[in-house]
Design a protein around this ligand. Sequence first.
Ligand code: ADP
Ligand code: GLC
Length: 488
Amino acid sequence: MNETPVCRVAFIGSECYPFIKTGGLGDVMYALPRALIKQNCDVRVILPYYSCIPQKYREQTTDLGHFSMYLCQDGREFYVGVKQLDLDGVTYYFIDNEDFFSWGNPYTDLVQDIPKYCFFSKASLAVLNYLNWNPDIIHCHDWQAGLVPVYQKTLFSDTKIRHAKTIVTIHNLRFQGIYGAPHIQYWSGLPASVIYDYANLRHGERDANMFKGGLAYCDSITTVSNTYAEEIQTPFYGENLDSHLRYHSAKLSGIVNGIDVDIWNSSTDGLLAATYNADDVLEKKPINKRALQERLGLEQDDGKFLIGIVSRLTDQKGLDLINAIMPELMGGNIQIAVLGTGDPRYEDSFRYYEQAYKGSVCAYIQYNEELAHQMYAGCDALLIPSLFEPCGLTQLIAMRYGTVPIVRETGGLKDTVRPYDETINEGNGFTFDRYEAGLLLDAIRRANWLYENDHERWNQMILRDMYKDVSWENSAKQYLDLYQALRG
Ligand code: ADP
Ligand code: GLC
């Protein structure tokens, strides 16, 4: 970075790879700051100092000091420790507090998470005031950082941090931090006029909504694809905030995610049985496929059509559609490999199918980074039939690894996977529109048909996918344009 950065940006969020990651938010909090640094931004990331952060990173932090902060309505004070870690040019500030961050992985339940993220949001601003660094932009991610803009424009309105512009990025509108208004009022210490105002936090008769408040108070709202930016303004996708978002639509826009192309690089990926690039993918992918079949206890057969699922196992991900068609899928040349954890009903149904179709189905019910890499490299196709998908990163990783995505046309899946068009032999994957099991089955059958019957076209699709630009470069430029427009 040059001496004078073009913009100073504080990222605030609840997870960030490699310290703590439960899904795509962790990837974005890692990769976007790096991409912005390449655009000469000074980006610093504020995170909770969870006790589940691996020891090797905890040991690398240095103490910057500590202070006490009022939080609750009754004036209770809490310890705020500030730690710093510099990793590959990005500065991370960790907020230390044993009461809030010593359990959970990192989330528990709302009874504990509401106080935790009230504390985190307020302490983030207090830390920015404490540091000798003034951001132009405070970029908040998801509901856990939702109260930051609210605090900034109320309890912090006469402190130095008031000059910064705030952005809230919606990674997933499903989670909003909704709880009884008195509970949120108590823990946040925010005035009743803010909590009980329908234009701000008030939600229904009894509740308050932390994300809703952030969306109202921030200077700009982004979400992680253009299609999701449109979708969330409709009742079906709006999670009861569609009218609030329509009201704020002038400050809402979509910027599609990318992936870190150094971490996700099949030519250097040390976790693979054989590394490869677009020149030798057709020779090397089968080596990865066989190694994966062996590791997962699937029949080792090059001719099988191996479909992977790498996912949180929640209803968001369209798993009901998969369950509905499993018996019809099985029996031919299809193999299914699932890597995921989540809702026990999905975990159990995949375990059941593994037993019922031994050698053709594997349910690997774990969170496992290493196996995820091997799945992206070894599978022929990756299945993502989501009910909704703000962006989705797994289809981007799959394409970069020459694995053909089969997706529902929603959110970022629609914006990033161009449907295969056999009349012109173009496209990146197989898609379907309405949330119907029959349409998913049809998309899988179309993919399977091409895989079996037209190797040339299938292989051309693999190459198109590998050459597709899924990096952060373009999107980081769009964020920078937004930062500069806000700063004026
Ligand atoms: P979401 O954020 O909704 O979970 P994304 O597609 O944006 O979905 O991101 C998911 C990220 O989490 C990807 O990096 C994916 O590889 C990773 N992931 C999901 N489940 C697992 C798992 N069981 N093991 C390892 N990585 C996983
Ligand atoms: C959320 C969304 C996912 C998105 C990720 C990163 O977890 O579910 O679609 O890719 O955030 O923005």
